[in-house]
Design a protein around this ligand. Structure first.
Ligand code: SAH
Ligand code: DHB
Ligand code: MG
Length: 232
């Protein structure tokens, strides 16, 4: 199914083809990232990882702020984890939070294959339990937080991200448009409602400068929120 815009058929097939064009140009072949996706699919896990060029965007953002410590909420098979961990300096660290032990196991294998096992810690448990633990441990502030877990709890994850960040940190949140359902004020989908609450509170949050960008591509139509913590 597609729609005609200025005489061009715009559809999922079109977005996928253009994403392939972009990926062929900008994303070098990478057997380790390919293997991470393959093992995720073979384990029967959902293929809801970021697209390659989105992983590359996260990597560029991490590089641009010279991130040394990164927090990810929602690991799946570690695909986005590998993209962002590769932006870290040799002494950098990444903590990634995953509720599903089977996902965490697949991710750990993929992270080890990428030779990132020393830098990356996969913590298993619902993030609303592991985030307070991280805070109680007095972990140094994270330079970058990537929020990409269950959408219902996205507002709560953002609150934790702010607590665990510092002025100058970036907080990036995936899936904040949801096929455009985010403008349906009558939506009864709890994930959509979570994202709506998140966007509203992000817009009203005085501690950040933030915006939302719509994304289309091989992973469909969604959006990314980018927030820079003020006061650096
Ligand atoms: N960031 C990954 C995709 C994550 S998919 C990538 O782009 O490659 C979302 C993940 O969040 C799933 O693995 C799911 O099991 C996990 N998740 C769902 N609810 C969670 C929760 N309450 N706490 C932590 N992780 C959760
Ligand atoms: C879903 C989750 C994601 O992180 C994503 O990128 C796409 C879809 C989901 O839960 O449906
Ligand atoms: Mg996502």
């Amino acid at each position: 199914m597609g729609v005609v815009v200025k005489g061009v058929l715009v559809s999922q097939d079109q977005w996928t083809a253009v994403d392939r064009y972009i990926t062929d140009l900008f994303v070098p072949p990478d057997p380790i990232l390919d293997a991470a996706l393959q093992s995720t699919a073979e384990a029967g896990m959902p293929q809801i990882n970021v697209a390659p060029n989105q992983g590359q965007l996260l990597h560029i953002l991490a590089l641009s702020i010279q991130a040394r410590s990164i927090l990810e909420i929602g690991t799946l098979g570690g695909y986005s984890t590998i993209w962002i961990a590769r932006a870290l300096p040799p002494d950098g660290t990444l903590v990634t939070l995953e509720a599903n032990p089977a996902h965490a196991e697949v991710a750990r294998a993929n992270i080890a294959r990428a030779q990132l096992g020393d830098m990356v810690q996969v913590r298993v448990g619902p993030a609303l339990e592991t985030l307070p633990q991280l805070a109680a441990e007095g972990h140094d502030p994270f330079d970058l937080v990537f929020i990409d877990a269950d959408k219902i709890n996205t507002p709560a994850y953002f609150e934790w991200a702010l607590k665990l960040a510092r002025p100058g940190s970036l907080i990036i949140t995936d899936n904040v448009v949801r096929d455009g359902a985010v403008i349906d004020t009558a939506s009864d989908d709890p994930s959509v409602q979570g994202v709506q609450r998140f966007n509203s509170s992000l817009a009203a949050e005085p501690r950040v400068t933030a915006t939302v960008i719509q994304t289309v591509g091989s992973k469909g139509y969604d959006g990314l929120a980018i927030a820079l913590v003020k006061g650096a």
